[in-house]
Structures are given as C-alpha cells and as structure tokens.
Design a protein around this ligand. Structure first.
Ligand SMILES: [Zn+2]
Length: 280
C-alpha cells in the first residue's frame, strides 16, 4: 500500500495575481484525484492501518486530505475583503462527493488549535482581528461528519501568543517541545478540550498534527507512543513531502503541503503519477 496525504490552509486565499488560493487548488486537485481514480481515505483510517492492518486494510494506492489551523473557512464560505468569495473546503468537498457518489464521512481532517486565548491572539496578529479561528463551526461540522475535527496543539507555539504561551521561550518552534510537562499541555490538554467542546459521532479526537510540521525524537518515540497512546492518540502527522507506506511510523506520518510541496496542477499531477508508478 502506498498513499499521499495532502495538507491545505483555508486562510491561504492567494494574492489575486500569481499565487492561487488553497481553495482553488483543492477544487482542481479533487478533479485530478478523480481522474487518477484514487480513493480518498480518512486520516484516522490511515493512522489505524499503520498499527493494525488486519482490522484497517487500505487500498493499494490512496490519498488523504487535511487542513491545518482550523479556520472558519474550512467550513463556511467567506467573502474576502479584497480577493472575493472563497468557497469553503467543506463545500468544495461536499460537491465533489455529490458528483462522484462518495460517502460524506471524514473526507477532510481539520486540525484545530485548542486554546481559545491563543486563537484570539492569532486572529489579532495574523488575520487583522477577524475572528477566523473561532470554534463556532466545530460542532456543526462534527454533526455532519464530512470533516473530522482533530488536534493541532494547545497554542501552536505561535509567536502571536507571546507571554501567554505554554513555553514563551520557544515560540515559532515545535521542535522544542521535548519535556513531558509541555508535551502533555500542548497535546493531551488540547485533545481533551476538543473532545469536551466538540462531540463527534462515533469518534473522539485521536490524531495530532505537529505545528509547522516540526517533529522531534522525544515526541515520536516516547511521548506519543506512551502517554499519547494511553489517551487514544493513534497517529501524528508531519509535513515531510513523502508517501505513506507500510513502514511509515504512525507517529510521524508525512504530508505534502499545498504551496510548498506543489504549486499548480502540473506539480500535483506529478505527485500522483509518482505515487502510482514509481517503485518503493
Ligand atoms: Zn499550523
């Protein structure tokens, strides 16, 4: 088995010139995925398959879809002040499911930030104080089931959080999360918050996406397989542009990031060609 997991950011609305939005990219990429006849597998299924392939078999080739930072634009259409209407990721994927008669279950995994205070500070600093990181849409999305709501840490070690951060000395770096105390606060505390504030049908938060894609040996080899697993965390996702194979470590699952690993349809096409033709 071999898969490619893609990561989008709904707050990336392009520049109105050369850089297309992640929304346009997702729309276009879905058409390409359909042309390659590749199934879209929920990230939870992929993660569980990496530890238990018997109960969670995967197709020979597959893709997965994810969105990081959990903004309002994952779920709602958004009229951008200068770039026009941005169709929500949910709307784009829902239409794709209608067109191709696909089940609307866990087709996108949204990795959200737990701390309300951190989200408010990020909105202030990054989105001109528009409340794009609010959690009002989580429950509605969970009730529909199209999107799985998952864990992107407590405060993202985001510079905008400043002195209110769990570890104000290592802002901008998740590599630095290498103690049990900070890891528990960043990962299992965020998981509890998401589970308390978003009741998902037949599931709980069980996945984690490393902020900035920053991993380290402590989190991959010690914290997540032990404390993380005890809390039901079965997979963690980086941003290394590589394919998922049977040998992938479930606590370091690679993802291709839109705008970094590929820009435009030709490069996306090349990733899928490589996925389905290159030998391991
Ligand atoms: Zn992020």
């Amino acid at each position: 088995m071999r898969g490619a997991i893609f990561c989008y950011h709904a707050q990336n609305c392009g520049d109105g010139k050369d850089t297309i939005s992640d929304h346009e990219s997702l729309q276009d990429n879905l058409d390409t995925i359909a042309r390659f006849n590749l199934p879209i597998i929920p990230l939870e299924t992929i993660a569980r398959a990496l530890t238990d392939r018997v109960d969670h078999p995967l197709p020979e080739y597959f893709v997965g879809l994810s969105a990081d930072d959990g903004t309002y634009l994952d779920w709602h259409d958004y009229q951008h002040p200068s770039l026009g209407l941005q169709k929500s990721f949910a709307g784009i994927i829902s239409e794709h499911c209608d067109q191709h008669a696909l089940p609307k279950s866990g087709m996108l995994t949204s990795f959200v930030i737990g701390s309300p205070e951190a989200r408010a500070l990020i909105d202030e600093e990054c989105y001109e104080a528009l409340p794009l990181s609010n959690e009002d849409w989580w429950q509605e999305a969970a009730d529909k089931g199209l999107i799985h709501i998952e864990n992107h840490s407590w405060d993202h070690a985001h510079p905008a959080v400043g002195d209110a951060a769990l570890d104000p000395d290592s802002l901008g770096s998740f590599h630095a999360v290498a103690s049990q105390e900070i890891a528990a606060a960043q990962i299992t505390k965020a998981q509890s918050y998401i589970n308390d504030n978003c009741r998902q049908t037949n599931r709980h938060s069980c996945l984690f996406a490393y902020p900035y894609g920053h991993t380290n040996d402590y989190l991959i080899s010690q914290f997540l397989p032990n404390q993380g697993r005890k809390h039901g965390i079965v997979g963690a996702f980086s941003t290394e542009p590589a394919f998922v194979t049977k040998d992938t470590n479930p606590y370091c699952i690679p993802r291709f990031v839109c705008g970094e690993a590929w820009c435009g349809p030709a490069q996306f096409d090349a990733i899928l060609t490589s996925l389905t033709t290159d030998p391991d």
